[in-house]
Write a protein that binds this ligand. Sequence first.
Ligand code: ADP
Ligand code: MG
Length: 628
Amino acid sequence: MSSSKIVGIDLGTTNSLISIVEGGQPIAIPSAEGDYLFPSVVGFSRSGERLVGSVAKRQAISNPERTIISVKRHMGTDFRFTCDEKSHSPQEISAMILQKVKADAEAYLGFPVEKAVITVPAYFNDSERQATKDAGAIAGLEVVRIINEPTASCLAYGLDKTEKQETVLVWDLGGGTFDVSVLDLGGGVFQVKATAGNNRLGGDDWDQRIMDWLVEEFKKQFQIDLRTDRVAMQRLKEASEQAKIRLSQETSTHIKLPFIAADASGPKHLDVELSRSKFQELTHDLVEKTVEPALTALEDAGMSKSEIDKVLLVGGSTRMPAIQDKVRSLFGIEPSKEIDPDKVVALGAAVQGAVLSGEVKDMVLLDVTSLSLGIETVGGVFTKLIERNTQIPVAKTRVFTTAADGQTVVEVHVLQGERELAAHNKSLGRFELRNIPPAPRGVPQIEVTFDIDVNGIVNVAAKDLATNNKQKIVIQSPTNLTQEEINAMVKDAAIYAEEDAKRRTESQARNKANIELDTAERQLRELGEQMSFEQQKRLRDAIERLRGSLQTYDTEKIKEDTKVLQDAMYAVSTEAYMSVGGEKAREAAEKSGFAPTARAAAGGGGEAGAEGGAEEPSDQDLFGWFQQ
Ligand code: ADP
Ligand code: MG
């Protein structure tokens, strides 16, 4: 029997889960081992057998060369995992996890699982999303939609049904990652306002603290260092995680590992008591590390703590009382934890699946971009087309032109980031649009379109409006921005904002000066005969002056002299119109590229002395200028 059902899969860094809507309710489907969690671990036994899930997790520390954990961190990169001379991409490894999840679910459900909604962190970039989709395809799944994990969590909580407008903060602390998202919802519309987090903080760190402590305790007692014994360390890791989990319920726990080591005097057993308060003392700083990203998310969303109506606890590690206390004290409200924090993302993905298959109706989902997207324009300036935190799907189009006469090729360099200059942002890819018919600079019209689809995948196209020639790319470059990198980029942008703005103004002033010099020389060449001697002299002097100031780094002087030159040119053209008053002069003026066009009008609008920086109604804001 085939099914039109669409399952939801949480392809997690530490654990994966699969869920399906039955009788209107999402349920988690257990693995063949009877657990809801499928550890996201793949291993290869010495005999070449592929191990996926808990069996692979069991050899992760004792056999690290043949085991791959946390492959999700490598999604969208060119990382390879090599074992027995066979090399695997992150997509392939993830596909092995998905295959296991799919097979176990099929055995449980009794029908084939063909279509899935897969979740990704809200900050996942284009290549990471694409890689996730590819992993699904390799595993034989049709990935009908990629959705953000915090959005899925809200769906699981049924928040799509709330009528009044609410702001929800999703606090997701998993095994190796911490993600905070702020969402606005109401009347079935979801909007992710901001995301922040720490890609290197999770339950594993808490386990590690217990392990370190156990090793020290054991050393004190027996003078034996367990760190050199991999098998012992594997047992310690398992025991530490188990102890941590028990301490979410109990105030003290016993850790017993018989025969963990031996020396001349015989076998040694580890046998210690760990209290919750000791555990919390060992991990206090880890809890504190969650505060900063949470505040960043609030700040980015433009919200204060008191404006948060609900906090959803997501991820296995939010079961720790210390984390719950932190959330309570930070927001002053009781966080929601009614839905199993391990399962909530997968359950929400299944709800989305049911919406897409038509089982559940009336819901709109809106997600946002985590960083701004744009292209490089002349002078190395980053010109944004899509601002960060813009709702997706989104398409934005802007017309650009050439920077040099006779330019037949433009390069579209696509970047992501918040800084003013291209060099400081992350390059996502580049392509060229060729065969532009030769024309004076400023004449060709190149339409650039950014299109981000529902899965967050970015398509960039450039079209020459004269010929309809088109080039495009789907961003495939191996950029793997961690949440930390994103945070760092956003922070850098704030720190360098002033300096960048200054350099941008400088760069713009120089470009403008060069363009005006070029125009003035052409005017002299082509209209020189019609000019009076005074006009010619005024123009030549202005040209000389501007050339001189371009030798300096005095931006204000460059701007001032550009204005003087522009005035000289306007005087010429005004006189030409007035004295000749005929079509001939007008034609000549237009052909020379100097005419009261939008660009010249903006430049001559008496803006001299206006504040520089991004607000200036510069050429870039009307038409960007490509670098040659
Ligand atoms: P991910 O989203 O990274 O795949 P999960 O949400 O599945 O991760 O969280 C896994 C982490 O949650 C592990 O570090 C695990 O030890 C921890 N965890 C699970 N249950 C508990 C619990 N009861 N108390 C504390 N930590 C827990
Ligand atoms: Mg998770």
